[in-house]
Design a protein around this ligand. Sequence first.
Ligand SMILES: Cc1cc2nc3c(=O)[nH]c(=O)nc-3n(C[C@H](O)[C@H](O)[C@H](O)COP(=O)(O)O)c2cc1C
Length: 141
Amino acid sequence: MSPLLCLVYVSTAHTRLREPELEQLLSLSRARNQLDAVTGVLLYNDGNFMQYLEGPDAALRQTYQRIRADPLHGNLIELLLEPITERVFTTWAMGFARPTASELLALSNARWKRMGVDTTIQANAPPGVQLLHSFWQAAKR
Ligand SMILES: Cc1cc2nc3c(=O)[nH]c(=O)nc-3n(C[C@H](O)[C@H](O)[C@H](O)COP(=O)(O)O)c2cc1C
C-alpha cells in the first residue's frame, strides 16, 4: 500500500467567495478527491481558508500542487505536511464547515508540528489535528 501523507494549510481568498463559488469549489474538489482517495475538510470564514487533507503520498502532493497554483487564494501558509499511519477523516472526500473567526484563529494557533527531532511516523496525531478533529465532530454537516 502506498504511504499516506497529511497536509494542513491556511490561506486567504483573493476576493470574498460567494455561496455559488464555494459550492462549485466544493463539488469539484469532492469529485476529484474521491478519484484520488484523498479525504479531509475545508474550513472557511470571511475570506480565510484552512484545509486538512490526507491521502496517498503521490496523489496528495499533486493535489497540493494544484491547490497552491489556484488563483482563487494566496498567502498560503503550510502548517503541517507529514507521513501518517492512518487517516483521521476517513469518510470525507472533503467535508466543509464554517468556524467562527475565533475558532479559526484557535485552530491556526494550535501546535501542528511535533516537538523534537523525531521524524519517525508516530501513532498519535499532533495536537492541532486532534483539535481540528474535535471541532469537526461538533460542526460537521
Ligand atoms: C481553498 C481551496 C481548496 C481546494 N481544495 C481542493 C481539493 O481538496 N482537491 C482538489 O482536487 N482541488 C482543490 N481545489 C481546487 C484546485 O486548486 C484546482 O482548481 C482543481 O483541483 C482543478 O485543477 P485543474 O484545473 O488543474 O484540473 C481547491 C482550491 C482552493 C482555492
